[in-house]
Design a protein around this ligand. Structure first.
Ligand SMILES: C[S@@+](CC[C@H](N)C(=O)[O-])C[C@H]1O[C@@H](n2cnc3c(N)ncnc32)[C@H](O)[C@@H]1O
Length: 407
């Protein structure tokens, strides 16, 4: 029997950019260890800080004010000079900073080969996916003013000139090094979780086109392609390195995705072009005026009956003061200057201000599709079982459905 012809990916014609990340044994172990350290700092030690607050700082606060703290901000000011909290912050800050540091050497070693391989993928790939870049795009100050998440170079830096994808490999290194240390915090599972919820909630919803805003390298889009067969997949981001990386990765996997470099505050698609618009881990990173512009763009770009769904941090209004205090740690110490102001907003009001009818908006935490037992999903949909909390097996989402006809 003649052998089946090699696919473009198998023949090596479409490069697997992940394969360029080849850490040594020690680099690999360091990356995995730091992932575990960070998870420990973010999840487990949070509760130790709460215990410390209750034992050491809260009594003094109550004595002074005659009441418990009402907000996360009050808790922060009550505990900010506490030695345990300062040690925790230093530990967590260092764990965060060591993440990219552990990836830098293996990435720097392969930059020329990596970029040469990425350059082999044509702007229109063999499965019909496309890459549209805008070398003249203006990067907003909220992006260039600091290195987001303490990652040198942020999302957008190009270290080796035109065509560079090394910053994208930096951002992918931990994923390539292995599965998430904590499976209920698999950041790559958001698209599957949001798409699953929408497809169960509205079984007859059949989007023709989906747009993932701030898609980075597009990892969430694959799930929408699986859940809504035949849907056209679009991902936009302002940063070229990850778009190039994502374009190559989608071509390698044989999935047609249309990537474009755009500022989400002013998108160049025509009105009503999409039936589903999603984003994840994005809005808290940009300024509040920018957030309002992005949501207004979502409304404009949706066709009648279309759905907008943003996965984001739960807002201040929905969480206890202690959790609010913990969530806003990043705003102070992790180069996330817009975090707290974003979380102080009411997501429904953001949607209504953009044009969505109030009774067509939603705010909900949906179970993580990868870690929630499938046999419990019906119970969740019927309201008989709650989703695990955001970031611990669930994802908070908000959005709205555009009316079919003008009111
Ligand atoms: C945390 S990452 C998003 C991750 C991705 N959505 C996911 O689920 O893995 C934030 C992304 O926002 C992009 N970004 C920041 N400001 C933007 C803007 N104004 N327009 C488009 N993308 C932007 C960054 O380049 C970065 O890729």
């Amino acid at each position: 029997m003649p052998e089946a012809p090699l696919t473009k990916a198998e023949s090596g014609e479409v490069p697997n950019l992940d394969a360029f990340f080849r850490p040594t044994h020690d680099e690999y172990v360091r990356t995995r260890y730091i992932g575990a350290l960070l998870n420990h700092a973010m999840v487990d030690l949070r509760y130790a800080v709460w215990d410390e607050y209750k034992a050491a700082a809260e009594p003094a606060f109550k004595k002074k004010h005659g009441r418990p703290a009402k907000t996360g901000k009050e808790i922060f000011h009550a505990i900010k000079t506490n030695t345990f909290f300062r040690t925790y912050s230093s530990f967590r800050y260092n764990a965060q900073e060591m993440g990219p540091q552990s990836l830098q050497a293996p990435v720097e070693r392969v930059i020329p080969q990596l970029n040469a391989a990425a350059a082999r993928v044509p702007a229109k790939d063999h499965v019909g996916g496309t890459l549209r870049l805008n070398p003249n795009i203006e990067l907003p100050q909220y992006l260039t003013g600091m290195d987001a998440h303490l990652t040198p170079g942020g999302y957008w830096s190009e270290h080796a000139g035109e065509g560079d994808v090394s910053q994208a490999l930096m951002l992918q290194g931990r994923r390539i090094a292995g599965p998430p240390v904590n499976p209920s915090r698999d950041f790559g599972g958001v698209g599957a979780s949001v798409g699953k919820w929408i497809s169960h909630k509205i079984p007859d919803f059949k989007p023709r086109r989906v747009l993932d805003i701030a898609t980075q390298e597009g990892k969430q889009l694959f799930a929408y392609g699986r859940l809504f067969p035949g849907v056209e997949l679009h991902g936009l981001d302002i940063a070229a390195p990850s778009l190039r990386y994502g374009h190559a990765a989608a071509a390698y996997k044989g999935v047609p995705i249309h990537f474009s470099q755009q500022n989400a505050e002013m998108i160049d698609y025509p009105d009503g072009h999409f039936d589903l618009i999603v984003s994840s881990f994005f809005l808290h990173e940009i300024s509040l005026p920018a957030t309002n512009r992005v949501i207004a763009e979502c409304y404009r770009l949706l066709a009648p009956g279309g759905i907008m769904a943003h996965m984001e941090l739960p807002p201040t209004k929905l969480v206890e003061p202690l959790l609010d205090f913990s969530l806003n740690w990043d705003g102070r110490y992790n180069n996330e200057p817009n975090y707290a102001l974003y979380r102080a907003q009411d997501p429904t009001e953001l949607s209504v201000a953009a044009g969505f009818a109030r009774n067509a908006t939603f705010e909900i935490t949906v179970p993580d599709a990868g870690s929630f037992k499938p046999e419990n999903y019906e119970k969740f949909l019927k309201g008989e079982m709650a989703s695990p909390p955001h970031g611990r097996g669930g994802w908070f989402i908000f959005g709205g459905r555009k009316a079919f006809t003008k009111a």
